[in-house]
Structure formats: structure tokens, C-alpha cells
Design a protein around this ligand. Structure first.
Ligand SMILES: CC(C)(COP(=O)(O)OP(=O)(O)OC[C@H]1O[C@@H](n2cnc3c(N)ncnc32)[C@H](O)[C@@H]1OP(=O)(O)O)[C@@H](O)C(=O)NCCC(=O)NCCS
Length: 161
């Protein structure tokens, strides 16, 4: 009963661990709720099975609450996505996931980490800048938005060696 209530209210101890294929449905649902173009469960499964992809999931009170995923290539990696469920946002959990994810990437020999983020995504940009990422490029008209317009993408980079 207490475990159910902790899950319901998004409370309890956060736990970050490598993501498994069994997390694919929860990751796909959160991705679809967070982004205009969502990933299907099959796409997520394929990513989780890709040996070049590193993924962590976040649980709070035993319930799925977020994920972060990167693709590695030689000594560089790109963050493919990060998201935290709405009820668990604003509690420093994305920062904790990102910190653990970057430690693991560094242990795997990754020296530079890149990502693309919509210029309009203030929460994500603040998260990344506080985590030490710096702007390296801007891609105009990159993301199609739900209202038919487009948003520019910022390319950010952080050394993690
Ligand atoms: C971006 C996202 C992952 C942040 O998750 P979160 O767990 O709420 O973030 P945290 O609580 O760890 O916040 C870390 C920092 O990010 C920034 N931040 C987070 N949410 C913010 C918001 N709504 N507005 C402004 N800054 C915000 C703050 O700088 C914060 O540091 P502070 O608490 O010291 O001020 C979450 O909002 C989300 O899932 N958004 C939808 C998916 C998405 O856009 N992902 C990014 C794709 S590139």
C-alpha cells in the first residue's frame, strides 16, 4: 500500500540504473508525452539493444520516472534524449541522471559529449548550461513544431574527460 502511494505521488527515494529492454514501453510513453515527434516502443527497443547506446532509467518510489540516452562513436557521444515525468520534475532528478550518465560515459572513454536542443526549450537549456555545456552551433528551422512553425536547434558540447 505504501509503495503504491509513493508511486502515485512520485515520492520516495530516486534510483538511477542502466535501462533495460523491459523499460522500452515506459520510455516510449514518456518520450511521446515530452516531444512533438515521439519514439515508438520498437524504436526504443532497437536503441536499447544497440551496443553503441548507453541508457539510464530513473525510478522514484519504485515507479518509472525518467530516462537519459546517448549514442557513442569513438571518443565522442551524443545525448539522444532526456526526460523526467511531469510529477517528478523540478527536484534535481534530471541533473542527477545526467551526472551519473556522464560519469559512466567518461568511464567508457568518451571525451566530448554533444546534444541538440530546441532554442525554445528553456528548461533543458538551463539544465545543460548548469551542467557545463557550451554552445557550439545554431541550426535554424530545425525542429517542426506542433503549430506548423519551426524552431532553431542549438548544438551544445561539454568535455567530460
Ligand atoms: C528538461 C527536463 C529533463 C528537466 O528535468 P528536471 O528533473 O525538472 O530538472 P532538474 O530539477 O534536475 O533541474 C536542473 C536544472 O535545470 C533547470 N530547469 C529545470 N526545469 C526548469 C524550468 N522549468 N525552467 C527553467 N529552468 C529549469 C534549472 O537550471 C535547474 O537547476 P536549479 O534547480 O538549480 O535551478 C524536464 O523538464 C523534461 O523532461 N522536459 C521534457 C523533455 C525535454 O525537453 N528534454 C530535453 C530534450 S533536449
Amino acid at each position: 500500500m505504501m509503495a503504491f502511494l509513493r508511486r502515485l505521488f512520485g515520492r520516495g527515494e530516486p534510483h538511477i540504473a542502466p535501462a533495460h529492454v523491459r523499460d522500452a514501453a515506459a520510455i516510449a510513453a514518456l518520450h511521446a508525452a515530452s516531444f512533438h515527434r515521439g519514439w515508438s516502443e520498437e524504436e526504443v527497443e532497437n536503441l536499447l539493444l544497440d551496443p553503441q547506446v548507453l541508457a539510464h532509467s530513473l525510478r522514484v518510489g519504485g515507479g518509472f520516472a525518467g530516462f537519459v540516452m546517448s549514442r557513442c562513436a569513438a571518443d565522442e557521444a551524443e545525448i539522444l534524449s532526456i526526460a523526467v515525468t511531469r510529477r517528478c520534475q523540478g527536484r534535481g532528478l534530471a541533473r542527477r541522471m545526467l551526472t551519473m550518465h556522464m560519469r559512466r560515459l567518461a568511464a567508457l572513454g568518451v571525451k566530448a559529449l554533444f546534444l541538440e536542443v530546441a532554442e525554445s526549450n528553456r528548461a533543458a537549456i538551463a539544465l545543460y548550461r548548469k551542467a557545463g555545456f557550451r554552445d557550439v552551433a545554431k541550426r535554424p528551422n530545425y525542429y517542426p513544431m506542433p503549430d506548423g512553425t519551426t524552431a532553431a536547434a542549438l548544438v551544445l558540447r561539454r568535455d567530460i574527460a
